[in-house]
Ligand binder design. Structure first.
Ligand code: SAH
Ligand code: SF4
Ligand code: F3S
Length: 473
C-alpha cells in the first residue's frame, strides 16, 4: 500500500480483470481470446470495444487463460509501477507461450502507445503492439501476426471515437456500465503521460452516446458513468442540426432517458467544470450528487509547475461553488505527493486544502517521473523517494480521517440506494451506493429485492470505507 492508495475504480488498483462470458457455443468461434485490463476506467471501457471488434470477426472471449489462442493485455503507463506490473505479467505469459505453439500475445493501450515497436525489442515474446486508436485494425493485425510477422499499429487519430461500436459488457454486474464520451486529452499537465498515449481530445457524437445509454437501460442497467479524461470540455458539433453540444447538454440528454437511470461522470478538470453542469446535477435527481475534482496539490506554486492552470484559491472557490449549488455533493480528488521541488510548506498546503474540501474519498499517489513528459524535461525529480512516501502517508492518514468523519455525519440519515449486488462478505447482505457514491452494506431481510432496484436505507454505523444500514420500510 505504499505507492498509492485508492478505493475506487478509476486507477490501476483495478488490475488484471479478465473478461469473458459471452460464449454460447464454445466451438462456434474460430479463435478464443483472453483480455486483461489495467489502468483507468477508460482502458476497461476500451477492452469492451476490443472484445466487440474481435467478436464481430468470429473471435470468442474466454476467462480461461489456458484455453486462449490470443492473449491481450490492455496496459497503463501512468506511473512506473503500472508499467512494472504489466512487464511482470508478460513474463508469466511467456511460459504459456513456450507451452502452447501458436499462442499470440498482444499488448494494447497506453504502454503500447508509449513504447511502440520498442516493445518488441524489449519483450521478445510479444507479437502485437496496438495503440488505443488502432483497435479497428486488430483483426487484420492478428492475421499478420499469425504468419509469424510482428504486427504493430500505434497510429493516433484525430477523430476515432469508436462511436458506432457497441461494446460487449463483459464481467459486468448488469447494473453499472462505463460509457466513453470522448478520447484523448488536450491538457498538458506536466507530470502526465496521457496526452502522449491517448492523443488529441475528440468528442463522440451525442446521439451515439444517448443511444448507447438507452440501450443499456433497456438491458436492465441502472447506472452509467460517462467517461473522459476531461469531460467538461466535451464539445460535439452536430452539423445536421447546426448545434454545438456541451457537456451540460449531454448530461441532460442522458438524464432524460429515464429517472431510473443514474448518471455519474469522470473526470472533471477544476478549470473546466461549469455552473451549467452543476445546475444540471441539481436539476435532475438521477444525475448523482458527486464530483470527482482532482486537485493534485494544494500549493499554487506547485500547481503552476504542474501546469494545472488554476491556483489554490481558484480551486477552493470551485469547491465552495459546488457546495453552494449542490449542498450535499460528494467531492473526491486525486492527489500527488512529492512533485518536483515540493517542499514541506507545499505539502502542508495540500493537507490544508484537503481539510477545506472535506473530500469523501481520494486517490493518492507519490510522484512518478514519466519519460517524455514536460516535468521530466524541465524539472528535477528532486524529492527523495522516502520523503514522497512519508508525505503520501500523511495525506492518506488525513484522508482516512476525513472519510470517517464524512461517514459519521451520515449516521441516522436515510439515503436512496441503488443495489449493485450481494455484499462481498455475505450473501444475506446487499451492497449498493447512494447518490454521493458512498458504499452501503445492509441486510436483505425479508424484502424480495433485486440488484438494480432502488431502496431507502438508514445509515446505522460505519467504517471509513463503508456505511452499514437498515432498509426502511
Ligand atoms: N484526466 C484525469 C486524470 C488522469 S490520470 C485528470 O485530469 O484528473 C489519474 C491520476 O493519476 C491523476 O489525476 C494524477 O493524480 C495521477 N498521476 C498522473 N500522472 C502521475 C505521475 N506521473 N505520478 C503520480 N501520479 C500521477
Ligand atoms: Fe493528464 Fe492532465 Fe489530461 Fe488529466 S487533464 S489526463 S492529468 S494531462
Ligand atoms: Fe493509464 Fe492510459 Fe488510463 S496511462 S490511467 S490507462 S489513459
Amino acid at each position: 500500500m505504499l505507492d498509492y492508495v485508492s478505493d475506487k475504480v478509476q486507477d490501476e488498483t483495478r488490475q488484471g480483470e479478465a473478461f469473458a462470458p459471452f460464449s454460447e457455443d464454445p466451438n462456434s468461434y474460430k479463435k478464443r481470446f483472453f483480455i486483461e485490463s489495467y489502468g483507468c476506467a477508460m482502458n476497461f471501457a476500451d477492452s469492451e470495444i476490443v472484445a466487440s471488434i474481435l467478436n464481430s470477426e468470429g473471435f470468442g472471449a474466454t476467462k480461461n487463460l489456458e484455453e486462449a489462442d490470443l492473449i491481450f493485455i490492455n496496459t497503463c503507463s501512468i506511473r512506473e509501477k503500472a508499467e512494472l506490473t504489466v512487464r511482470k505479467r508478460l513474463t508469466e505469459f511467456r511460459s504459456l507461450k513456450q507451452k502452447k505453439k501458436g499462442l499470440l500475445v498482444g499488448v494494447l493501450g497506453c504502454m503500447a502507445e508509449r513504447l511502440k515497436s520498442k516493445f518488441l525489442e524489449e519483450e521478445k515474446l510479444v507479437d502485437l503492439v496496438v495503440g488505443p486508436d488502432a483497435y479497428r485494425t486488430l483483426p487484420s493485425l492478428v492475421l499478420e501476426a499469425e504468419t509469424g510477422q510482428k504486427a504493430v499499429n500505434v497510429l493516433l487519430s484525430r477523430d476515432e471515437t469508436y462511436s458506432d461500436i457497441s461494446p460487449i459488457r463483459l464481467n459486468s454486474n448488469g447494473v453499472n456500465a462505463f460509457v466513453s464520451i470522448m478520447r484523448g486529452c488536450n491538457n498538458m499537465c506536466s507530470f502526465c503521460v496521457v496526452p502522449f498515449t491517448r492523443g488529441r481530445e475528440r468528442s463522440r457524437s451525442a446521439d451515439s452516446i444517448v443511444a448507447e445509454c438507452k440501450d443499456l437501460f433497456e438491458q436492465g442497467f441502472r447506472e452509467v458513468t460517462l467517461l473522459g479524461q476531461n469531460v467538461d470540455s466535451y464539445h460535439f458539433l452536430d452539423e445536421e442540426k447546426d448545434v454545438a453540444i456541451t457537456f451540460a447538454m449531454l448530461l441532460e440528454k442522458v438524464a432524460l432517458i429515464s429517472p431510473l437511470l443514474r448518471i455519474r461522470f469522470s473526470t472533471s478538470h477544476p478549470k473546466d467544470i461549469t455552473d451549467e453542469v452543476l445546475f444540471t446535477i441539481k436539476k435532475y435527481e438521477n444525475v448523482c450528487d458527486y464530483v470527482h475534482l482532482p486537485v493534485q496539490s494544494g500549493s499554487t506554486r506547485v500547481l503552476q509547475l504542474m501546469n494545472r492552470t488554476y491556483t489554490r484559491e481558484w480551486y477552493m472557490a470551485k469547491v465552495a461553488r459546488i457546495k453552494e449549488i449542490i449542498p450535499h455533493c460528494g467531492i473526491s480528488a486525486d492527489i500527488i505527493t512529492g512533485f518536483c521541488t515540493e517542499e514541506e510548506k507545499d505539502h502542508q498546503d495540500t493537507l490544508s486544502i484537503m481539510e477545506y474540501a472535506q473530500y469523501h474519498s481520494a486517490y493518492m499517489y507519490y510522484y512518478s517521473e514519466r519519460p517524455g513528459t514536460l516535468a521530466q524535461k524541465r524539472y528535477m525529480d528532486d524529492v527523495p523517494l522516502e520523503e514522497k512516501k512519508r508525505r503520501l502517508y500523511e495525506v492518506v492518514a488525513l484522508q482516512n480521517k476525513l472519510s470517517l468523519e464524512s461517514n459519521l455525519k451520515d449516521i441516522g440519515q436515510s439515503f436512496k440506494i441503488l443495489i449493485e449486488g450481494d455484499s462481498k462478505k455475505s450473501e444475506t447482505d446487499w451492497m449498493g451506493k447512494n447518490s454521493q457514491g458512498k458504499v452501503f452494506v445492509f441486510p436483505k431481510e425479508e424484502y424480495q429485492l433485486q440488484k438494480g432496484e432502488y431502496v431507502m436505507v438508514e445509515a446505522t454505523s460505519c467504517t471509513q470505507g463503508t456505511l452499514l444500514g437498515k432498509i426502511i420500510k
